[in-house]
Design a protein around this ligand. Sequence first.
Ligand code: MG
Length: 186
Amino acid sequence: MSKKLIFSREEMTKLCIEALSSRGVSVDEIAEIAYLQQSRYTPNIDMAVCRESVLKVISLRDIFHHVLLAVELDKMAEKKLFEGPIQDIIENDLGLFGVDEVLGLDVARLYGVIGMTNFGDIDVNKRGIIRKLNQEGKKPGIVHTFLDDIVGAIAAAASTRVAQVMNEELAQQIPHQRISLFDEIE
Ligand code: MG
């Protein structure tokens, strides 16, 4: 039987949820980060939209690959499966090791430059589950070097999507009027 390499969006969502949950992260905890970030800019953010946005983000093939890879890299470091200095560098989450952030940025950039700046904010301020992952990752035998960035990046992408959804709703509420690029010179 040939190996299954291509998964449907529904399957990818399910596998991402399972992979994240196996490392102690839930969809709701990621949605909470998106909620905390967006509620600073827009009042009355709906938690359901944050949750829906996280599910949308993890249904994307690129993100699915990132999530599974990040989870496996941390697990491999916990089992000391890397050879040479990179084992200690990943295991100890060396501050100057930036490949985990690169993977995070690669996820966040799917939602443009706002996604990337939102990722930077989440990475620096470490709220909710990100803080928890960071603290747990300092304990012996636990490695969260890649996981914290991938979770932060999903939250950043979801947060950016929430802003886009809210702005679209806002635009729809404004009464129809003639729109021209040249109004100001008429
Ligand atoms: Mg990290």
